[in-house]
Design a protein. Sequence first.
Length: 261
Amino acid sequence: MKQRSETSIWRHWLKVARGTAASTVRGWQGMVALQPVGQPPKPIVLYEFEACPYCRLVREVLTELGLDVDIRPCPKGGKRFRPEAKALGGKAQFPFLVDENTGAQLYESDRIVQYLYATYAKRPVPARHRLRNLQLLGSYLNTAVGGADGFSARASRQPEKPLILYGFEASPFTRPVRERLCELEIPYTSVSLGKEQWADAGVNGIHASVGPYAPVAGGKRERFLNAHHKMMVPYLEDPNTGKGLFESRDILAYLEKTYAQ
């Protein structure tokens, strides 16, 4: 049993290392909340799957804008949300964004990115996002380096209520959790906690600030810190069981035990 546990640890850290390399290849886009916007009254819903390079472009922008979104995982072979997406939009193509605040239903990552900036940031899309071919190349490289986990569906028990995942797109610790949630077709609210200042740089609760760490006043990280007494992602909340977990490896073990079949 000890050998299996050690193997599992090494496999997990290899996954984190690959995620770190993948985010580096991508230039760490999806790490910083550049100018966070307010949350709309009704949740935005995104049908997507983790390994999709086009879906990644949308998730990165959601981090940049600090927008939370309800994720409906649609991995290959999935039977839970793929039919739902097709019934709503007419085709099983991803990403597919549904926004009840405006009535918008959008395919195509570039259209979704433009919509999010125009609707919620009230400003033009940054120039780098308009370099579509370069962005796609970087996103495809991210998938190639980080691996294709989060591509195919696995059997699972569907939770009565969606889970809640706090993190940000480029986090190599959050990535394995998103991959597992996608494979198990578990719906969740993605709460975006992109870095808001230089002092937020660092990993595992260790920050670049001199002296005591202080998040941006009134920001989402300050609210998270006040609620959970630690600024660290990923953090998973499961309203079905009352469970709250830091540490990606612990979260993966919980998801396997609770929902995998």
